[in-house]
Design a binder for this molecule. Structure first.
Ligand code: ADP
Ligand code: MG
Length: 280
């Protein structure tokens, strides 16, 4: 390459291509324009170039993670409305999203009634971890147990346990919604024992620990499980109203108001929406 004969812009293009930085490459022209026009200083230009590349890389990681991790939807911290959930400390959530707990192989447990954002926050932690290049995996307790039972029946339990022990962050969602068998509970206990002090698990439950004996059908096993889980753990108890019901209530309000003028004989429902009537 006759680099001397190329303009600085072209040399930058070649370098970014050589370093495989398509995000930076795409942003280059606009950034140089900003520098030429005097709206960007040199440090700002470097910052923007690198930020463009990091954003592209994170998006790609997220797309790859969405395929491999079985995450059901994208939910992120910036979409979470803290004013709706005053029992949650924003600083605690922001600090968890910096992922020190993943480095330290600690767990996070979200407890609270349906609709308060447990799954949302568990997924947003998994997404933050995936964007930082870590392997993540998502499953409801029922799904994970089914996959372990199927593996056991096929004589592949050890391999399956290994696969589920590997991710730096495993989300176990919806503990307590569906009854599980004793064998299922034992298989899950084995998985958690393997992950203990080895990799982080984020768990969500609508049941307090005192009810986990019923959930797992065995008080002693539940106690041993809780003992391991809470040893290095961030326990987040969310006491609040269901966000789903808020949306429903708002919908009712809107419909209600919309139908108000033609109320005579109309099919209006006055039944108030009850917070505790929600299910997941
Ligand atoms: P849970 O797992 O506690 O039952 P989810 O996390 O599934 O509740 O929340 C139900 C729905 O409401 C989801 O779509 C979620 O994104 C949304 N949601 C819950 N809490 C909030 C909040 N504080 N701000 C924004 N969206 C929220
Ligand atoms: Mg949930």
């Amino acid at each position: 390459m006759k680099s001397a004969s190329l303009s600085r812009r072209d040399r930058l293009r070649h370098m970014l291509a050589d370093l495989r930085m398509p995000g930076g490459l795409e942003a280059l022209d606009a950034i140089l324009q900003g520098v030429d026009g005097g709206t960007l200083t040199a440090p700002e230009a470097i910052e923007q170039l690198l930020a463009a590349q990091i954003q592209l890389r994170n998006n790609r990681r997220l797309q790859a993670a969405m395929r491999s991790s079985r995450l059901p939807v994208v939910k992120q911290l910036h979409e979470f409305d803290f004013t709706f959930q005053p029992s949650l400390r924003r600083e605690q959530m922001e600090s968890l999203h910096e992922l020190g707990f993943v480095e330290r192989h600690e767990n996070v447990i979200f407890l609270g009634p349906p609709g308060v954002g447990k799954t949302h926050l568990a997924i947003s932690l998994a997404i933050a971890a995936a964007q930082s290049g870590r392997r993540v995996y998502y499953g409801t307790l029922a799904d994970l147990i089914t996959s372990l039972e199927e593996a056991q029946a096929a004589g592949r339990l050890q391999a399956r346990l290994k696969v589920l022990t590997h991710p730096a962050l495993l989300v176990v969602d919806e503990i307590g919604y569906l009854p599980i068998t004793r064998t299922g509970a034992m298989l899950f206990f084995q998985l958690m024992t393997r992950r203990y002090e080895h990799a982080s698990t984020v768990l969500t439950s609508n049941k307090g620990f005192e009810e986990w004996g019923d959930v797992f059908g065995d008080d002693v096993m539940a106690a041993a499980l809780i003992d391991r889980l809470v040893h290095h753990c961030h326990l987040v108890t969310i006491r609040g109203n269901s966000y789903r019901m808020r949306q429903h209530s708002e919908l009712w309000q809107t419909l209600h108001t919309a139908h108000e003028p033609e109320s005579a004989g109309g099919r209006r429902r006055r039944t108030p929406v009850r917070q505790e009537a929600t299910t997941t």
